[in-house]
Design a protein around this ligand. Sequence first.
Ligand SMILES: [Zn+2]
Length: 219
Amino acid sequence: MISGAGPEIHGYTEWGSQKPELPSRVINSWGIFPTIIGETRLQKPNTLICAGYTWEGIGYLYEKEAASINYAAKNDKQLTDSIISYFTQNKPYFTFIAFAEPDGAGHGNGWESDKYFNTCKEIDSYVGQIIATVDKTGLRDNTIIIFTADHGGKGKGHGGKSMNEMQIPFVITGKGIKKGYKIEESVMQFDCAATIAHIMKITPPQAWIGRPVLSVFGK
Ligand SMILES: [Zn+2]
């Protein structure tokens, strides 16, 4: 999602990995495999970058110090409120938000349970609040929003070999993005970071294998 490469390349292979179990193919100045957050800092040094998550496991996977501000929130509502507050005051160039509660509901009550879908509805409302904030700041016409996930689920788990566990949404909207267009080409999780890099005119690190989802751009 943010690394532009798969586990055999970035090296994080376990749930909750705090260090890569396999050697990261390359290491940057923050001592980890380069993500879109570190690359944005390196190639656009004066931009404001806002990042945040609810599940602390995410915090080991990117260059937290490269962000202008980084939120480790107690829950997804607090995360939303923090991001909205920072966004309104600072209008950051790039914002990364990692919600966690649908994953918790999936593990606790099962994917496709009422609890899971209700939690997804809450996330929908948080996303709505964030988009309303982008509107209020007057940045909507100059913003691209990507909504995606890092995995699906089955029963009360994930990580197995079923499409329900492996398939994820990839939704993109905003400036220069086709409307009402269904992506027909193959999109992999590592293409997300490459697509963000393409949008921000950032040269992807050589070790990334992701490719930008080019078909989404245009009228
Ligand atoms: Zn999980």
